[in-house]
Design a protein around this ligand. Structure first.
Ligand SMILES: C[S@@+](CC[C@H](N)C(=O)[O-])C[C@H]1O[C@@H](n2cnc3c(N)ncnc32)[C@H](O)[C@@H]1O
Length: 315
């Protein structure tokens, strides 16, 4: 292993090795380099033909990805992209490609009532609106500073009139919106292991085993609240940007057990190579076989590590 990787918390490295013994070095390598910037189109403000033309005119070096449609790699410096009117007027949103996937799985449609429960800074809220401008979108965020960032991003993206935004602890949706939403996205607070970057200690210096436990507690509370705000027959997407099975399969296994017979896992299919199956056992835990349907995205030179589960509340 590269010496520099030892800067990462030792317990985390040991855990990662246990999880992915054969891909360990490959994953560690992705923490050593800055990710290539990626962005996506904002269909509220432009279309693909116009966007390609504008990017070329501004001499932005880009490559369009096959999946997701409307996602781009940017080989020009981020600063150059940020200095364009394309960025400043919200024709695009700079967002990691992995972070775009939960909304694609959510598959928002016009006229649906959709809740983004952990919304700031708004990458996914604005993606939902870009794909389904006539959906009735509600975005909730608990942290005040992040809430204002969310408001700004929604405005810049031209979605100010299309989203109801609340500064609120997500646990209150249970009372405020009983059985109200067709779809809910819970892009949960997590230990962010999939975003570690060695040259930015802020990405990993707060990591502890205890932090993982704290996150599990928060994730369970948010999911339980979301369950009550979801209509029968409605769909819920749970995502994190972390590797810890406790925060991923463990939380979904708990969720399935808590609402037995009321929840069903739907398969998440992602047409990429860098995906890996669920862990059905971890340490002394055995998880439900239904968890086969969830998906893990492994990091690469432009994607972060992610976990995505899709559930339906049964009728
Ligand atoms: C992973 S981030 C969300 C990123 C966002 N979905 C995006 O794509 O831009 C998790 C967010 O959940 C917020 N959060 C944490 N606990 C919360 C709670 N109890 N209710 C609502 N939001 C919460 C955090 O402040 C953070 O902004």
């Amino acid at each position: 292993m590269k010496d520099i990787a030892h800067k990462l918390p030792n317990n985390f490295l040991q855990k990662l090795h246990k999880l992915y013994p054969s891909r360990y070095e490959e994953i560690i390598d992705t923490f050593l380099q800055k990710k290539i910037t990626t962005f996506r189109i904002n269909y509220l403000k432009t279309d693909l033909v116009t966007l390609r033309e504008k990017l070329s005119r501004k001499r932005i070096r880009f490559k369009e990805l096959d999946y997701p449609t409307g996602a781009f790699l940017c080989y020009s410096p981020l600063r150059q992209l940020q200095n364009t009117d394309i960025y400043q007027d919200g024709l695009i949103y700079v967002q990691n490609v992995s972070s775009m996937i939960p909304v694609l799985i959510l598959s928002p449609a016009n006229n649906e009532k959709i809740l983004d429960l952990c919304a700031a800074p708004g990458a996914k809220t604005t993606q939902i609106v870009s794909l389904a401008p006539q959906a009735q979108v509600t975005a909730i965020e608990k942290a005040r500073v992040r809430f204002y960032k969310l408001l700004t991003n929604i405005k810049v993206q031209g979605a100010g009139n299309l989203v109801k935004v609340y500064l609120l602890d997500g646990i209150w949706v249970r009372k405020k919106f009983p059985e109200y939403f067709d779809k809910i996205l819970v892009d949960a607070p997590c230990s962010t292991e999939g975003r570690f970057y060695i040259n930015n200690p802020r990405t990993y210096k707060y990591w502890k085993d205890k932090k993982v436990k704290e996150m599990v507690h928060k994730q369970k509370k948010l999911l339980a609240a979301a369950f009550f705000a979801l209509k029968e027959g409605g769909e819920l997407i749970y995502s994190t940007c972390t590797f810890s099975p406790e925060e991923n399969e463990g939380v979904i296994d708990w969720f399935l057990n808590k609402f037995k017979d009321k929840l069903q896992i739907l398969p998440v299919e992602i047409p990429l190579d860098n995906i890996s199956p669920a862990f059905l056992r971890w340490q002394d835990k055995r998880y439900s076989k239904d968890l086969k349907g969830v998906c893990r995205v492994l990091p690469n030179e432009f994607m972060e590590g992610f976990f995505i589960a899709r559930l339906r509340k049964t009728l």
